[in-house]
Design a protein around this ligand. Structure first.
Ligand SMILES: Nc1ncnc2c1ncn2[C@@H]1O[C@H](COP(=O)(O)OP(=O)(O)OP(=O)(O)O)[C@@H](O)[C@H]1O
Ligand SMILES: [Mg+2]
Length: 506
């Protein structure tokens, strides 16, 4: 009977059960690993052999064959060291096989038998609970991360020797104890809204965007405060629920990018990649696909400053994820889907010199140069932007005034109230914000009265808006009504939503 130990692979963002089977075979003293292992897994043999030497038991003298099943799941990295070592010790009759029946075991071994940090523990622990295992043995540094999954015993393992004595029953390891937070804290942004002078209409647009998860584009001359305004956005974003935080943490966990001081990502991400970013860096990719910036921005903000500089090809790849709120990457080995429900916030100058339309400084660009610049943004991309606002230069009197505006905290409270209304309305739907609604939800929740219908009809004709724009305006009106605490969308709400629509040229 081969020894069987349960372990876990990560495929995309999901943990997949892997069985490590160890059996003796003909010959003397060698180890064969089969079942689609990558090079790092093959190297496990040497680490396992060295690590077992630290336990005061003789290494089995027979040759061993280790099979990682299912064979069609690629096993990456060194996470199978520990289950392999345990399997070998079971084969040698040193650990009872019943000791590992209801456990998942994951971890990389050092040559001295200590256990190293392993990425991706959160999806692995989630898999262990889903499949009904009692517990999971993890590297001690990763115990807090695995313990984010409730109702699962997490055993922090420091060394192979510790696990050996635990499994023989001589010296049990105490499970990791952690009280999970019920509510997450709000974040303090770099700049508080109250410090930003003037630009009241832009702040209002940011509030609407944050309240309904709407995409937004700011257009204005250099130094008007676009970057400053965007960077203040995290301060007014609604706090995440624990489930949202776990979703986000999963992505950072598999990329090994969790902050060292806390296992849970507590704040909505704010990602601001530079415009030189590659296609794969932005949406994800690689031979074994990895999430890109749009997934790192999941449930948060993707800020693309100097929007036209990103290059048309890079921006075009955003079209599908903006629509689907997820990105699918296909490879010969199969396709993987990563979540990418982010709020796109973009900033740009109206022309290469930056002063087109400025009342003070004259623009030095030729008409052709302006057109060329604006054409870098394709129609289909702009059609996915719910809110467009111009950010004019701040008047001197406003800039030098001592009057402080409304603090971010007060705005965030309104945003959170509006989100709560949306969550209740969309209960039962996988979506929770107006900006994410699909057509039948828009039809159900965004009806207009006769007066508003007339206004909409005129506006659509005058502004030349597309069918997508019609839905966009309805969703936006719903958010504006929610911010006002209104049951029905009224003409004032619709009128404000129409103000955020483009008028001809940018
Ligand atoms: N409304 C404002 N209130 C207070 N300070 C401001 C405001 N607008 C701009 N500033 C000041 O000007 C600096 C430059 O602003 P910011 O970088 O946001 O401009 P920008 O619109 O992004 O310009 P560019 O188009 O060149 O990127 C800010 O760091 C801030 O110090
Ligand atoms: Mg800027």
């Amino acid at each position: 009977m081969p020894a069987r130990v349960h372990s876990c692979a990560v495929l995309g963002l999901e943990g997949v059960l892997v069985e490590v089977e160890v059996d003796t075979t003909h010959g003397f003293g060698y180890i064969i690993v089969v079942g689609l292992p990558d090079t790092a897994v093959k190297e496990s043999r040497e680490r396992v052999r060295a690590a077992i030497k630290n336990i005061p038991v003789p290494f089995p003298r027979k040759s061993l064959i280790i099979n990682l099943a299912p064979a069609n799941v690629r096993k990456e990295g060194p996470a199978y060291d520990l289950p392999m070592a345990v399997g070998i010790l079971i084969t040698a009759g040193l650990i009872p096989s019943s000791a590992v029946e209801d456990l998942v075991i994951v971890g990389e071994l050092s040559l001295d038998g200590s256990i190293r940090h392993t990425p991706g523990l959160l999806p692995m622990a989630a898999m262990a609970r889903e499949k009904g295992f009692r517990g999971i043995c993890v590297p001690a540094p990763d115990a807090a991360e695995a313990a984010l999954i409730p109702d699962l015993e997490v055993l922090p393992v420091r060394s192979l020797t510790d696990l050996f004595w635990h499994l023989t029953g001589d010296q049990p390891i105490s499970p990791y104890q952690q009280s999970s937070p019920r509510e997450l804290p709000a974040i303090k942004a770099q700049t508080d809204f109250r410090e930003i002078k003037g630009q009241e209409h832009v702040k209002r647009a940011l509030e609407v965007a944050a309240a309904g998860n709407h995409n937004m584009l700011m257009n204005g001359p250099p130094g008007a405060g676009k970057t400053l305004l965007a960077r203040s956005l995290p301060g007014i974003m609604p706090r995440m629920s624990i489930d949202e935080a776990l979703d986000v943490t999963r992505i950072y966990s598999i990329l090994d990018r969790l902050p060292s001081h806390t296992p849970l990502i507590q704040h909505r991400p704010f990602r601001a990649p530079h415009h030189t970013i590659s296609h794969a860096g932005l949406v994800g990719g690689g031979t074994w696909p990895q999430p890109g910036e749009i997934s790192l921005a999941h449930r948060g903000v993707l800020f693309l400053d100097e929007f036209p500089e990103f290059g048309r090809r890079v921006l075009e790849v955003l079209r599908q994820p903006l629509e689907d709120k997820a990105v699918t990457i296909s490879r010969a080995q199969g396709s993987l889907t990563f979540p990418a429900n982010f709020m796109l916030v973009a900033a740009m100058n109206p022309c290469p010199c930056g002063y087109y339309g400025d009342p003070v400084k004259t623009c030095t660009c030729s008409a052709a140069a302006i057109t060329r610049y604006q054409k870098r943004l394709s129609g289909p991309i702009l059609d996915r932007v719910d809110i467009q606002v111009s950010v004019p230069r701040v008047e001197f009197d406003k800039l030098t005034s001592d009057r402080l505006g409304e603090p971010s905290r007060a705005v965030r409270e309104r945003v959170e109230k509006a989100r709560q209304i949306q969550r209740e309305r969309l209960a039962g739907s996988p979506r929770s914000a107006n900006g994410d609604m699909i057509p039948h939800e828009i039809r159900q929740f965004c009806s207009l009265d006769q007066e508003s219908l007339n206004l909409m009809r005129n506006a659509l004709q005058q502004l030349g808006l597309s069918a997508r724009a019609y839905h966009r305006v309805l969703k936006l009106s719903r958010t504006i009504a929610d911010l006002a605490g209104a049951e029905d969308i009224a003409t004032v709400h619709l009128a404000e939503a129409l103000q955020y629509q483009p008028r001809g040229e940018l």
